[in-house]
Design a protein around this ligand. Sequence first.
Ligand code: HEM
Length: 512
Amino acid sequence: MISFILLIACFIIFIYSIYVYLFSKPVNFPPGPPNVPFFGGYIFMLLLNYNHLHRAVNRICKFYKTTVIGFYLGEWPCIVLNDSENVKKALFHRDFDGRPDILMGRLRHPNLDLRGIFFTEGDIWHEQRRYTLRYLRDFGFGRRYDLLEKEIEIQIAQYLDIIKNGPKYPHENKYFKDGKVLLPMAFGPTFGNCFITCLLNEPIAREDMADLYTAVDNAFIFQRKTDNYGRLYSLIEEVAKYFPVMSDYTVARDASVELYTYFTNLINEQVKTFDETHERHFIDMYINKIRQAELNGDKESHFSYDQLTLACIDFSFPALSALSTTITFLFQQICHESEVQQKIQAEIDHVVGQGRFPTLDDRINMPYTEACLREIMRYETLVPSGLPHKALVDTEFLGYSIPKGTIILPALDAAFHDTSVWERPNDFWPERFLDASGKLCLSKDISLPFGAGKRLCAGETFARNMLFLFTTAFLQAFSVRMPNGVKAYKFSENLTGTIRTTPDHWLQVTAR
Ligand code: HEM
């Protein structure tokens, strides 16, 4: 009898411990899915929508009838903000300016060290972001600068020439064929080269761009094979060890190491001809900082060659992939609604004509084009889950207690489709940004596609300028449509990784 009672007691304790484990969360934490061993609540997201985690979050929020959910991501406590107001509050919250130290951030370095801008926090992030932005500005990054604008015009002319006259070098064949361009990659090498012009004060010559084309491929592999929750291998590192291929760790790692090698070679070329008395460009300035730190015996300095490489990657990476993808989304919309193309072209013809390239001075006179760019970034959110932030200290937020180390995900896609802010959020409707006389209602874009606060995208101005210049120059020269007999992808068929992309597809381009 006693042993029977003991057995029942053990059973009750066992069931109770499972219950406690499943529903254990930090005190006063937002509601959310229960805690499954190893996975936390993340398993429910994987089960609900493995391919599009931001959509899984929408369903979880619906279930809990809230737009702020909290659960465990593996061992990490995590909250997701799934509406416009709270996304903004989180982005501007200084206590949330950290980044989680996850394998997905480290795998970009050959020795898995944490370097660069995207995934660092604290002193190293602050110092390196500030330094890079400050000195890239001297070479035109993020501001008006005649020399860079002229160089960008040359790059655009070169790009248009590949389409008009066909590829000239073998590496160009993979993205250009018979008046067609392969999207979403095809604009990547040119955008990448424009950013490299900020790094080296000159672009890479067209005939030498083969490795840059491969860098674009690798940037897209990484973007597609990772996500902003870090993938399972970031939460359970054994997954990377025992299931490297199945978990997509190998493919993301290989692409990253190749990118690392590309930028190391680019930097090494500059080291060979470096002269400390004559700084030619940003890379030289940075090399000088490294050498000064070495001379002073400063062991604490963050200025190092691998930090420089990762900083170059972090800035070039979105230039290689995010810009090209954003223009692809606009062309995707044009393939569904040709009127958008006609209106942009009418504006180009009216303001610029055919005798010269559009310039940044034309931007103010082309509100419809500007509204289309804002609307495409709202309509098809490039970074749907936002980049993960991290609570740097124990803090209070929206009446909840958020422990130090909690991952904070500002779900940008939910914010951009929040019905309390946006009328008809699921329609592509550029006119929402225009007043009755066709002018931009607000000089600033209120949808925050580049984030906000101290972690604001470091390339916003560069990105907006490039998107304007490239879209207008392209549609000045060409019209786009899907090749005969091929249906345009629906937006619902787009892929979700760290950023959204379209599936690879050829776009037919015809001279106007
Ligand atoms: C349409 C194009 C782009 C979009 C929509 C975009 C959006 C974003 C977003 C949402 C973030 C995360 C902000 C956060 O942590 O909350 C970010 C970060 C960042 N972006 Fe962009 N971006 C774009 C293009 C670019 C370009 C062209 C560059 C550089 C040339 C760039 C450089 C960066 C860097 C370095 C960060 C990390 C900032 C940090 O952690 O301090 N981005 N971007």
